[in-house]
Write a protein that binds this ligand. Structure first.
Ligand SMILES: Nc1ncnc2c1ncn2[C@@H]1O[C@H](COP(=O)(O)OP(=O)(O)OP(=O)(O)O)[C@@H](O)[C@H]1O
Length: 466
């Protein structure tokens, strides 16, 4: 059977090269030979070898192995995953041991026994293929991470002085590995800030892994974070890698951390302290290296309440704290954000780029935006879809139903009086509105109270313009 694999034999003795090639060609799909080690870098730049069979001495009378050590180092510098098998002179065990300390995988003594050489190279090729695949996967992962970071992320627009300070905090803390806690109401841009921290960090080429901790059961928490073995609990139909392991080398974004029940907070603290996880159904501990960014919409005073949130976990998470003010407290940001999304959605829906009328701008600047930037973004998307003229007007924003809760004195938006109609759509909207107010716009809690998922609640909020 011929094994799929590419081998390079490097030796200054033409007879060895010929004999080696003749033998190995019968067992491996590709065998290349090279009689001068100086050609190794060029050959390696043009080929990906699964194994390299390397002689240790390249000058007549030379037996110290020094040349072999140097070429071994050079090969591993060019491609650290290369599997190198050395050809040592008979009795040159010391040389082989030294070379293996330097990173060689195995050795064969000269003159070799054919069977032994084929067996050694079969193991080497299989190892080399695995290492090459792992390297390829790592590169693909890096590319995917870069691609995700570059293409999907919206810029974090900020004109207000308070958001300029946020930018400065991001710039200063991003390149450090410090844990960051981001506070702010729903839709204020916490995830965007977390992604920006990752993008500006030294881990930017690795994964940004988000975990929504809102409303997670204990089993789900463990299987999501630690991973599991098939059959370790009902429903575990296949092996699954945990998110902590998958995020290795990158950033772990723990969203809705404030909603985690106390007993799971204790578990999370232990994991973050030990930096080791054991997937469910195994007893294999796996180390992971992640930078932790956490976010919550729970107000700071509630987080400081030890009966609700473990203070030791809080201190572990908040080395740096970034607070995002609600949009109503940074009116200077509304115009640039609105203009950005007007251009964005005009392009997306293939409409000529629109502008916004002075009246409409005035109104959106003084609306309280309980759903913050997310709600503003949705309002603009809807306006772009509905508008038939070049300029977005007050009507395009359908603001008549919005409740003015702004602290500013300007009565910009009329409060709509809800009629007592028995209209299912209206009742759904009123119910959601009431629940949102009751739970202070905490999306997870509102969704739970209404028996909906967060995504389903967002869809309905969008439908009703909430
Ligand atoms: N400063 C900003 N500039 C541009 N877009 C923004 C800004 N802040 C938020 N957004 C947009 O608003 C939406 C909500 O932002 P994001 O998901 O980051 O908020 P969040 O605080 O994490 O929300 P939640 O608490 O509900 O998870 C996203 O579409 C994001 O792109």
């Amino acid at each position: 059977m011929v094994i799929e694999g590419k081998i390079l034999i490097v030796d200054d003795d033409q007879d060895i090269l010929t004999a080696g090639k003749l033998l190995l060609k019968r067992h491996f799909s590709q065998v290349m030979i090279c009689n001068s080690p100086a050609n190794i870098p060029k050959l390696m730049s043009e080929n990906s070898f699964d194994a390299v069979l390397l002689d240790m001495n390249f000058s007549p009378g030379e037996s110290s192995g020094a040349q072999g050590y140097n070429w071994l180092k050079k090969i591993l510098e060019i491609a650290p995953q290369t599997v190198v098998v050395l050809i040592t002179a008979h009795g040159g065990i010391d040389v082989a041991v030294e070379a293996m300390k330097l990173g060689a995988t195995d050795f064969v003594a000269k003159p070799w026994q054919n069977e032994k050489l084929v067996a050694t190279l079969t193991a080497a090729v299989l190892l080399g293929k695995t290492r090459n695949e792992a390297t390829e996967l790592r590169h693909t992962n890096q590319l995917l991470a870069q691609n995700t970071n570059n293409t999907q992320q919206q810029p974090l627009l900020a004109k207000s002085s308070v958001m300029q300070q946020v930018h400065s905090l991001i710039e200063r803390s991003a390149p450090t590995d410090a844990n960051v806690l981001i506070l702010g109401e729903n839709g204020t841009g916490k995830e965007l800030v977390a992604r920006e921290l990752h993008r500006q960090s030294l881990r930017a080429d690795h994964v940004f892994m988000s975990v929504d901790l809102g409303a997670m059961s204990e089993t789900l928490f463990e299987s999501e974070l630690f991973g599991h073995k098939k059959g370790s609990f009902t429903g575990a139909n296949e092996d699954r890698v945990g998110r902590l392991q998958a995020a290795n080398g990158g950033t772990l974004f723990l969203d809705e951390i404030g909603n985690l029940p106390l007993h799971l907070q204790a578990k999370l603290l232990t994991i973050l302290e030990q930096r080791i996880v054991t997937p469910l159904g195994t007893n294999k501990a796996i180390a992971f290296d992640v930078r932790v960014i956490a976010a919550t919409n729970i107000p700071k005073q509630d987080l400081n309440d030890g009966s609700r949130f473990r203070q030791d976990l809080l201190f572990r998470l908040n080395t740096v704290e970034i607070t995002l003010p609600p949009l109503r407290d940074r009116i200077a940001d509304i115009k640039p954000i609105a203009n950005h999304y007007i251009a964005f959605y005009s392009r997306k829906y293939k409409k000529p780029e629109k502008t916004i009328s002075a009246d409409a701008l005035h109104i959106i600047k003084h609306y309280a935006w309980p759903g913050n930037v997310r709600a503003l973004r949705h309002a603009i998307e809807r306006a772009i879809i509905l508008s038939e003229s070049e300029q977005l007007s007050v009507d395009d924003f359908q603001l008549s139903h919005l409740v003015q809760t702004s602290t500013t004195s300007e009565p910009a938006v009329q409060i709509a009086k809800e009629t007592a109609e028995l209209n299912l759509d209206k009742i759904e909207k009123l119910t959601i509105e009431t629940a949102l107010k009751q739970y202070r716009y905490n999306i997870s809690h509102t969704a739970k109270a209404l028996g909906l998922t967060r995504a389903a609640l967002y869809r309905r909020m969008e439908k009703h313009g909430l």
